[in-house]
Design a protein around this ligand. Structure first.
Ligand SMILES: [Zn+2]
Length: 137
């Protein structure tokens, strides 16, 4: 029988052979490591995107209709970064939507934006590509 080593600390695991970690703290360490990128740049940008998303979510979720007109500076006050987004969507030449994941906005005028929840049916082509990449490796 071969002793298995903990995925987090690499010490041999005592007890049941189906365990992957010594204990909960090793499991948490491992999961945190997997969820965090080593690059501070990537981490910081991810944080900005998540904050942007949360700000829009907090505004829209209490509303029955998931739309809201708000002044840009009020979003900035809440910590919104207009420079960061996950998607630029323009169904026609006039309308430009900027999304942070499923929440986004479009300009109404210089001061105001319309905050919206993305209701488009999405299919993620990228997920398929990743499978192909994995096969190549
Ligand atoms: Zn461990």
């Amino acid at each position: 029988m071969t002793a298995k080593n903990c995925l987090a600390c690499d010490r041999p695991i005592k007890g049941r052979t189906d365990k992957k970690f010594c204990d909960d703290s090793c499991r948490n360490n491992y999961n945190n490591r997997m969820n965090s990128y080593s690059s501070p740049l990537v981490r910081n940008i991810n944080n900005i995107l998540r904050r942007n998303r949360r700000i829009l979510e907090d505004l829209l979720e209490p509303l029955e209709k998931k739309v809201l007109v708000i002044e840009r500076h009020k979003l900035v006050q809440r910590g919104f970064h207009f420079d960061y987004m996950t998607e630029h969507y323009h169904p026609d030449k006039k309308e430009h939507y900027y999304y942070c994941y499923e929440y986004g906005y479009r300009s109404i005028d210089q001061e105001k934006v319309l905050v919206v929840k993305d209701t488009r049916k999405k299919h993620f082509v990228r997920e398929k590509k990743q499978v192909v990449v994995r096969r190549i490796q």
